[in-house]
Ligand binder design. Structure first.
Ligand SMILES: [Zn+2]
Length: 339
């Protein structure tokens, strides 16, 4: 007799919340199943993370300038997805984080992608729901931009790998960078920033800085290969800020949205296989680089050091770099500004 109820074949059905724009508290964010609103949820920033960095009461400013505490950032999640998918992921990452940089460097990329993606998506959904509030006046409406929605949707297809076993054939969904902050002048234990429109997310946990573009199929990392190689050393926080400015600006220039296709499932299959196509026939992968716009990105990321535009753009052909010296060689930076 076969026992179908304890079948070990995983559910390979994909879920797409963008079809009906179902982001509310009535549906699990991962599988879409109906749940008890506000009762079934998981924190966007996991409890272990909030505890370790004392984030519970700390506040985040949303796009409409409203303020929310980290502990109140939660996303609707059914008990199955919570116990089977979200909690095991958080447990694995918490153990990784306890080992510091060495742990992060050995964590596989897919897990990193899913973990960063979960926080990104949690913040995104919070913003999208906020936009639906008639009293909100978002500065940059996310739901009204067709290309942006396509990007979110493409990201969500690969992000389904948090719930459904998915193998990415011959591609990585995201660019993920792991950087090391040198202890000198680095007194910030936790920091996070993002750009929802370009799907860039960055988080700093002690000496480890993780930065990602979640829907570029690794194109930005490929384009920044040399800079990333040169950055495999302890960096001054202002150098890390420059690296991030490059990622943010590259993501802004990225002109393509990957398409993903799940191969046909056959009886007995225990996972899905995705192929990806980037339609680059219609245009360039990146829009043209403009130094003045990149300078804006640097200005933003260097706010802490108050480096004025005049200094950043002293040479309009070559905006200020702290990663490289005038000869284009990787630069050591112990103090900034120099003492
Ligand atoms: Zn679920």
């Amino acid at each position: 007799m076969s026992d179908f109820s304890s079948s070990s074949v995983p559910d390979l059905t994909l879920y797409d919340p963008f079809g009906g724009m179902r982001f509310g508290p009535q549906h699990c964010f991962l599988c879409g199943t109906s749940i008890t609103p506000h009762l079934d949820s998981v924190p966007v920033f996991a409890d272990w993370l909030m505890t370790r960095y004392h984030l519970h009461e700390r506040q985040i400013k949303l796009l409409d300038m409203s303020i929310v505490a980290y502990k109140d950032l939660r996303i609707a999640c059914c008990s199955t997805c919570r116990s089977q998918h979200v909690e095991p992921l958080e447990k694995q990452v918490a153990a990784t984080a306890a080992q510091g940089l060495a742990g992060w460097r050995t964590l596989d990329e897919k897990t990193l992608f899913l973990w960063l993606g979960k926080m990104f998506y949690g913040v995104l959904v919070t913003e999208l729901l906020n936009e639906l509030n008639p009293l909100a006046r978002p500065q940059y409406p996310l739901a009204e931009n067709a290309q942006m929605l396509r990007r979110f949707q493409a990201f969500f297809q690969t992000f389904q790998a948090l719930r459904v076993p998915i193998e990415f054939d011959d591609f990585v969904p995201a660019s993920v960078f792991v950087l090391e902050a040198a202890p000198a002048q680095d007194d910030i234990a936790f920091e996070y920033d993002d750009d929802l429109t370009t799907l860039v997310f960055s988080i700093k946990l002690n000496e480890t800085v993780l930065t990602t573009c979640l829907v570029d199929n690794g194109i930005i990392r490929q384009a920044m290969r040399r800079v990333y190689e040169d950055a495999q050393r302890p960096l001054h926080p202002a150098q890390i800020a420059e690296f991030k400015a490059r990622v943010y600006y590259a993501a802004y220039l990225l002109n393509v949205v990957p398409d993903y296709y799940a191969r046909t499932v056959h009886p007995g299959d225990d996972h899905l296989v995705y192929d990806s196509v980037i339609d680059d026939v219609t245009g360039d992968i990146f829009n043209p680089w403009e130094n003045s716009a990149y300078g804006q990105s640097l200005l933003e990321m260097w706010k802490r050091w108050q480096i004025p535009t005049e200094e950043i753009m002293r040479d309009p052909q070559q905006p200020l770099s702290l990663l490289y010296d005038a000869e284009g060689q990787p630069q050591e930076l112990e103090h900034y500004p120099a003492e």
